[in-house]
Every structure is written in structure tokens, then in C-alpha cells.
Write a protein that binds this ligand. Structure first.
Ligand SMILES: [Zn+2]
Ligand SMILES: [Zn+2]
Length: 388
């Protein structure tokens, strides 16, 4: 398929246009490209293109997803999802003129045929909804991964009637109105010509059968809401905002459709000591000016234990020391990030007499000289071998 065009461009509207403008633009184009009136051999494709653009831009949630991520963000929507909020009847209301024709939708309901989910599609199997579960974990848990049992409330196929909606042992009758197909065909006359429209059967609500004895447990719904314990595995290295998919644990599908998925939405709590930057960790460590001047070996906390870090004599405030492999695991390519220890040299306050004397003596010996080093020294990251 050719590159997908921008939805705003397709409808010829600006990015900040409101719902009304978008509807107006769509109506105008729909009149032009409806395959039953247009002579353009590509009208069906064009009609489909504008209808999809309208479906997305007229829905606030879908529009904001599209504005943020473009076409790439629409992957999670099925054809049916895309159109589920559009009321074509409403859009084309009045389109058939003043006749008050009850077939006011014109042939527009059969655009569903164009989109490939017409006919049985509307009454056919439907995948269940996806569900989200929020899980907050600590940085340590994110580092090591975790397994956990969670309680999820979701819709499941009724175990009593196996989703048939009828009490076991009873026999649903075939719907006499639609003969069991769940659909009826309407012929409507509009200024655009005569259209066949397929609609769900009113008598059986599209089910194709009449249930006289509904299932006791689900009261004829075929699905029940229940709480289940689900064992989940969170891989090491997971990041704040990641989604972990648990296949098939969303809501039950309809009419034999597959269940949706459950998404574990991960939130990683702030850590008291470490800031995270992807797979790297940053630790800010205060040291005394004496340690910085003379050098020292200090204990640095890591997520697992403590490791020794050698501070060389003459270390400047702001210097970062890289401790390889003491960061977070990489979720995709294995291995671990680094821990960066950024030192801050603390100037002492509230000195006692003796301390002041010593510092004055130090000043006397040193003169007024300020110890500087080449500019390139500052901010440089020093590699260290940790002695863990
Ligand atoms: Zn049941
Ligand atoms: Zn029927």
C-alpha cells in the first residue's frame, strides 16, 4: 500500500479545526466520493480514506493519540474500533432531502461492506476489550524482576452456559424474523439511488435465536464478571511507563470472539538514593574537602550491596566516577548499565577554634594560591575499578 496520507490533509482541514469543521469537511467529501454516486473508479478507496480520517479526528481520544504519534499510534485499533464511535445516521441526516425518508442513512450503512467488516461482521465475533492494571514497583524490583499474583476483575465466559446465554438443557429457538442469520435487509430509496442496507434483526437483537430460558448464573448475558488471581512475571530492567501484556486476560469476547489482553502498566517508584537514566544509575555523594584533597576510599551503595570507590587526591566537586555494571539490567540486550557516582565536595561550616587555627596555618603555608587545573578536567568521567 502507498504511504498513508495525513488525516488532516485527507479532509483538507487544519490541525486546530473543531469537530464541526471536521464533520462539515467530511460530509462534503463523502457526497463527492460515495462509490454509488461517483464515477471515479477509485472512489471506493477515497471514500474509505476520508471515512477513516473522519472516524479518527472526530473522536477526541483517537484524535489525541493520532496527534501525538501519527499513524504509528493507530496500530492498536482494529477496523471496527476505528469506526465504533461514528453515527453515520447522524452525519448524513437530512442528506436525503426533505422527504423525511426513513432510509435517511441512504446507502451509508453499507459502507461497512467497503471496509470489509460488513454483512455478518457487525453481528459476528468481536474480540473482548483490553484491560489495564497499574502496578507500582520499587527500583530494586525493577532491577531484579519479580513474579507476583494479582487479583483482576474481568469479564469471563459464563461457565454455567458456556456463553450460550441459555440455561443448559433448554433449546433456544431459531429467530423466525431473520431465519437465524441475525440480520435483515432493508431497501431504501434515496436521491442517490436505491441502497440495500443490512441491519441487525430487531426481534433477536442480532443473535439469530430466541432464548426462552436464560441462563441462571449470567441471567442470559453469556458473560460474568469475576475476580481471578493471575500470576504475572515482570522482567528485570523494566522501566517506568512500560506495559507488560498478559495474553487473553482482558474481557471475554462476544459471539465466539477471542478475549482481549491484560496490560500491566508499570510505575517505578522514586528511589531514596539513586536517580535512573535508562539502564544507568546516578548517585550523588557528598565528600569532605579533606577526602577530596588527600584522597580516600569510600563505600558506595549499589542496588545489591556496597562497593569500595577510591577517590583520588585532588578530586574536584562535580566529578563523576563510573562504576561499570552496577546500573540496571538492559531489558533487551542483556548486560547492565553503569552506576555514576557524582561527588560533591562539602565546605565545612561552624568550625571550632582548633579547626580554624589549622586552616589559617594551611593558608599561611599555601599563600593565596587557588589550585586550578586545566578546564578540561572538570566534568570528566573517571573510570574506576570497583573493589566489591
Ligand atoms: Zn450463563
Ligand atoms: Zn432475528
Amino acid at each position: 500500500m502507498a504511504e498513508k496520507r495525513d488525516y488532516y490533509e485527507v479532509l483538507g482541514v487544519s490541525k486546530d479545526s473543531d469537530k464541526k469543521d471536521i464533520k462539515k469537511a467530511y460530509r462534503k467529501l463523502a457526497m463527492k466520493y460515495h462509490p454509488d454516486v461517483s464515477e471515479d473508479p477509485e472512489s471506493a478507496d477515497k471514500f474509505k480514506e476520508i471515512s477513516e480520517a473522519y472516524a479518527i479526528l472526530s473522536d477526541e481520544e483517537k484524535r489525541s493519540t493520532y496527534d501525538q504519534y501519527g499513524h504509528a499510534g493507530m496500530g492498536g485499533f482494529s477496523q471496527e474500533d476505528i469506526y465504533n464511535n461514528i453515527n453515520f445516521e447522524d452525519i448524513f441526516k437530512g442528506f436525503s432531502g426533505s422527504g423525511g425518508n426513513s432510509g435517511g442513512t441512504g446507502g451509508f450503512e453499507n459502507i461497512f461492506d467497503l471496509f470489509g467488516f460488513g454483512g455478518g461482521g457487525r453481528n459476528g465475533p468481536r474480540q473482548g476489550d483490553d484491560l489495564a492494571y497499574h502496578l507500582d514497583i520499587t527500583l530494586e524490583e525493577a532491577a531484579h524482576g519479580l513474579e507476583k499474583d494479582i487479583e483482576v476483575s474481568h469479564e469471563k465466559i459464563c461457565s454455567h452456559c458456556q456463553g450460550s446465554k441459555a440455561e443448559p438443557g433448554t433449546n433456544p429457538r431459531t429467530c423466525p424474523t431473520c431465519g437465524g442469520s441475525g440480520q435483515v435487509r432493508h431497501i431504501s430509496n434515496t436521491p442517490l439511488g436505491q441502497f440495500a442496507t443490512i441491519r441487525p434483526c430487531n426481534n433477536c437483537h442480532g443473535e439469530g435465536k430466541i432464548i426462552e430460558t436464560p441462563c441462571n448464573k449470567c441471567r442470559g448475558k453469556g458473560i460474568v464478571r469475576e475476580k481471578n488471581t493471575i500470576h504475572i512475571k515482570i522482567p528485570p530492567g523494566v522501566e517506568d511507563g512500560n506495559r507488560i501484556r498478559v495474553h487473553g486476560e482482558g474481557n471475554a469476547g462476544e459471539r465466539g470472539g477471542p478475549p482481549g489482553d491484560l496490560y500491566i502498566m508499570i510505575g517505578v517508584k522514586e528511589h531514596a538514593l539513586f536517580k535512573r537514566d535508562g539502564a544507568d544509575l546516578i548517585y550523588h555523594m557528598p565528600i569532605s574537602f579533606v577526602q577530596a584533597s588527600l584522597g580516600d576510599t569510600v563505600e558506595v551503595p549499589t542496588l545489591d550491596s556496597e562497593v569500595d570507590l577510591k577517590i583520588p587526591a585532588g578530586t574536584q566537586s562535580g566529578t563523576s566516577f563510573r562504576m561499570r555494571g552496577h546500573g540496571m539490567p538492559h531489558m533487551r540486550w542483556g548486560g547492565k548499565g553503569n552506576l555514576y557516582v557524582k561527588v560533591k565536595v562539602i565546605t565545612p561550616k561552624n568550625l571550632n577554634q582548633r579547626q580554624k587555627e589549622l586552616l589559617r596555618e594551611f593558608a599561611n603555608v599555601s599563600g593565596d594560591e587557588i589550585y586550578t587545573e586545566g578546564k578540561g578536567f572538570f566534568g570528566k568521567v573517571k573510570d574506576v575499578i570497583s573493589h566489591s
